[in-house]
Design a protein around this ligand. Structure first.
Ligand code: SF4
Length: 293
C-alpha cells in the first residue's frame, strides 16, 4: 500500500484491510473482487492484484514463508529490486538496503556528489561492512529511510541537528551540490466517449480499452489524442484534469445517448454496482450524472 502512497493516506485502508483479511492464509483464500473492494479509493490497483497473487504463491509454494533470496523474491508479482531488498531487510533482517529517493539523497549529500554520478548498488556493496556494523539490520535500513525523510530532507536539511555532520561533505563544502531534480510529468490528452442510456441512467463500460496503466479495469472507451480538437458526432460534455498512476491526464469528456453499444462493452448503473469500479471511472459517473438532472 505504501508504494507511491503516503503513510497517512494508507493507515485507514490498512486497518480495514487487516480487519477483513488478518492473515496471509485468509488473503490467499480471498478473491479479486473482495480485495479490490477493500482497496477501493487507494488507487494503483495493480498493487492489490499483485498482493493477492503473491499471497497465493507464498501459501501454495513456499509454506507461507517469504523466500530468503532476492532472485526468488523478485519472481513474486510486482516485486522488484526496491521492494525485494526492503523485504529481505525488514522480514529476514538481512543487511540489504532498499534504495529509494531518501537513501539516494543521504548518500549523495554525504559524498557531496550528484545522484546521477553515483552507482548506489556498487557503493552499498563495497561499503557493506562499514554500513552494517549493527546486528539490527532491519532497524538500520528503516532508520536510514527515516533519516532521509526527516533530517536530511529534500529541502532545508537539518544539518545543525545532524549526528553525522562531521563526516558529511555537503555540510562542510562551500560548493554544495544541488539535488533539485523536480521531475515534471508530461500531461497527455485523452478523449473519453460515454454511451449513456438516459432513461435507465446507465453508462457503457469496457475492460478492452488499451490503456495500459488501467489495464483490466472498467472504463468508458478512452483514446489518447494528439490534439484538443472537438470530435464530430459526439456531444462535448466537459474538460477536466486527473492524475492516475503517475500520469497526468487532460481529459475531454464526450457523450452520446444511444442504446447500441460497441462489442465488449456492458451497461453499468450510474448509481450502484456490485462490481468493482475504479475511482477514476466513478469521477466520470459523477460528471455524466449531471446530464440526467
Ligand atoms: S549534515 Fe546535513 S546534508 Fe549532511 S547528512 Fe546531515 S542533514 Fe544531510
Amino acid at each position: 500500500m505504501l508504494q507511491q502512497t503516503q503513510v497517512k493516506t494508507v493507515i485507514p485502508y490498512f486497518e480495514v484491510f487487516l480487519h477483513n483479511l488478518p492473515t496471509l492464509k485468509s488473503l490467499s483464500q480471498s478473491n479479486e473482487t473482495k480485495v479490490l473492494k477493500l482497496w477501493e479509493g487507494l488507487g494503483y490497483y495493480r498493487r492489490a492484484k499483485n498482493l493477492l497473487a503473491t499471497s497465493k504463491i507464498l501459501v501454495n509454494k513456499f509454506s507461507s514463508k517469504l523466500p530468503k533470496n532476492l532472485i526468488d523474491i523478485k519472481k513474486l508479482p510486482g516485486i522488484g529490486d526496491y521492494t525485494g531488498n526492503a523485504l529481505l531487510a525488514f522480514i529476514h533482517d538481512y543487511p540489504t538496503i532498499a534504495i529509494d529517493g531518501n537513501v539516494k539523497r543521504v548518500f549523495s549529500r554525504i559524498l557531496n556528489k550528484n545522484e546521477n554520478k553515483i552507482d548506489f548498488k556498487k557503493l552499498i556493496e563495497n561499503n557493506k561492512k562499514n554500513l552494517f556494523k549493527t546486528k539490527r539490520n532491519s532497524d538500520f535500513v528503516e532508520a536510514l529511510m527515516e533519516f532521509g525523510a526527516l533530517i536530511c530532507r529534500p529541502k532545508e536539511p537539518k544539518c545543525y541537528n545532524c549526528n553525522i555532520k562531521n563526516m558529511c561533505k555537503y555540510f562542510k563544502s562551500d560548493k554544495k551540490i544541488k539535488q533539485d531534480k523536480t521531475f515534471k510529468v508530461k500531461e497527455k490528452n485523452y478523449n473519453i466517449f460515454c454511451y449513456i442510456d438516459k432513461t435507465k441512467k446507465k453508462i457503457a463500460l469496457t475492460k478492452k480499452h488499451n490503456l495500459g496503466f488501467l489495464d483490466k479495469f472498467y472504463l468508458p472507451p478512452i483514446k489518447e489524442s494528439r490534439s484538443n480538437k472537438k470530435i464530430k458526432n459526439w456531444n462535448f460534455h466537459s474538460n477536466f484534469k486527473n492524475s492516475i498512476s503517475n500520469k497526468k491526464l487532460n481529459i475531454n469528456l464526450y457523450y452520446k445517448c444511444s442504446l447500441k453499444i460497441p462489442p465488449q462493452h456492458k451497461w453499468f448503473s450510474l448509481k450502484k454496482n456490485n462490481e468493482f469500479i475504479p475511482s477514476f471511472t466513478k469521477k466520470i459517473f459523477k460528471q455524466i450524472s449531471r446530464i440526467n438532472k
